[in-house]
Design a binder for this molecule. Sequence first.
Ligand SMILES: Cc1cc2nc3c(=O)[nH]c(=O)nc-3n(C[C@H](O)[C@H](O)[C@H](O)COP(=O)(O)OP(=O)(O)OC[C@H]3O[C@@H](n4cnc5c(N)ncnc54)[C@H](O)[C@@H]3O)c2cc1C
Length: 532
Amino acid sequence: MRKRSQVIIVGGGPVGVGLAVDLGLRGISCTLVERRIGMHNIPKGQNLAQRTLERFYFWGCVDELRAQRLLPPEVPAAGVTAYKSLMSEYWHIFAGREIVNDFYFEKNDRMPQYLLESVLRRKLERLPLVETCFGWRARSVEQDDASARVTIENEAGDGAPRVLEADYVVGCDGGHSIVREAAGIARQGSDYEQTMVLAVFRSRELSEGLKRFPMQSTYRVLHPELNGYWQFFGRIDPEEGWFFHAPVPNNTTRDNYDFAALLHQAAGFAFACAFDYVGFWDLRVAVARRYRADRIFIAGDAAHSHPPYGGFGLNNGLEDVANLGWKLAARLRGFGGEGLLDSYDAERRPVFKEIGDEFIAARIKWEGELINRFDPAREPEAFRRTWEELKSGSGPIVANYEPNYEGSPVVFGPPNGVSRARGTYIAKARAGHHLTPRKLSSGRNVFEELGDGFALLAFDAQDDAVARFETRARRHGIPLKVIRDTCRDGREDYEARLVLVRPDQYVAWTAEQRHGDNDAEDVLRKVTGVAA
Ligand SMILES: Cc1cc2nc3c(=O)[nH]c(=O)nc-3n(C[C@H](O)[C@H](O)[C@H](O)COP(=O)(O)OP(=O)(O)OC[C@H]3O[C@@H](n4cnc5c(N)ncnc54)[C@H](O)[C@@H]3O)c2cc1C
């Protein structure tokens, strides 16, 4: 076992393994510590956003990931919402992430989380710089000016504890993170004091009974008594695999509750089913007060916990990886400043805070109020109008979710810009926003040319402006690829002649003029956190 590496990652769920893959591909040595040896088989995060698929594209395993999909390709990630039960006369199909596919290089997808994790674990095996310690539990974490250290113990209990050392430690160890605790990072958020059940089961009769709908991935029930909390069926496969989550009384255990009866009530009919798993979690939205404490970082559920409403957990954890991976590599390779590492917190934390407040908690409240406003038996017309409001509200929820870093100290965002989850989808290249894909004259997409460093898109830009960036980047050891083309055939949509794109495909700086408006040295110093 290697005693020292550049980064130790505690927790080998999807976020920890994703970070190990990202760092390993960037030439950073890391040690991954995960207490489990095998994989869990709980489907969990199924709803994979476009950005998650973009990650797999850049990691070179997007086709392998898509091949894992269990549902037919035409089945959308979205689903049915019904009133009181799935047999109700009130139901509609709500908008899924498909509606913003044009703004990303990869389309969204859907599959059980363990299949995604298995692709990542296989990728890890091909990365010599990553050492894996499966079956080892992190017991303590400490740091000083020189390094960070993690004490680990074998789960089998044989042998003495070992101490691993690194420049940085990243806690990807889930909601009960010991890394977060060791770093003294507190959390804030809402505790709903509501127990939720997660059941995984098989039932062909349920699949048959839902043939009144075109086949969907998910089926949500809004019941007035639940005040906006969902009873949620998710398909695992087209034939018989299902998972279900819903609120249950707080004293529920595996032995004192009739879970089949709950499923039948939510579905609106009785059906035979075989349970594979029943577990519980507490409904909570909690965000860490900071994502960094000197040499220690946290990512994924360790940094933000929340109910699976809207598919934010896994996707945001992997977006943390996209944000942190290149920054750690830049610092360790010498061209990134301390300000770049600080920007991980400045960019990612406000985004998740707003997701928790506005996309999860506010949605529970909004749906709870609407569903209780009228009784369809007594006020059918008024209820029908409210139901229409619920249906038409789902599109804007998806379309308003455009995470961006306009307030980041390492991008040239607008004056008084703030980093947030809410934004607008337009093709214009805007500092702090994800780059919209466009075709190049070669027929290839700009995303196929970006590479893993910075990229300067130069569309009919002046040669000397481009040369200044190339010279300065070379001097500071910043990996920079120049992509030259004309400013037409769709590329004029960027409304910029020069666009500096970060290694995470977010725009850091733009210039409308062919000669660039800023000094290349100033731009590069700021976007690498040297002058932030
Ligand atoms: C029913 C359900 C549906 C969901 N649906 C979606 C969805 O559609 N989309 C979405 O984006 N998200 C969804 N989520 C959320 C998603 O599953 C989580 O956000 C995701 O698993 C977080 O990944 P993680 O790697 O941060 O944490 P985890 O998956 O919790 O992994 C943490 C890992 O750390 C390990 N570990 C913990 N402590 C230690 C230690 N001391 N030493 C060593 N190892 C340790 C654990 O064994 C574990 O493997 C859903 C969740 C549930 C429950």
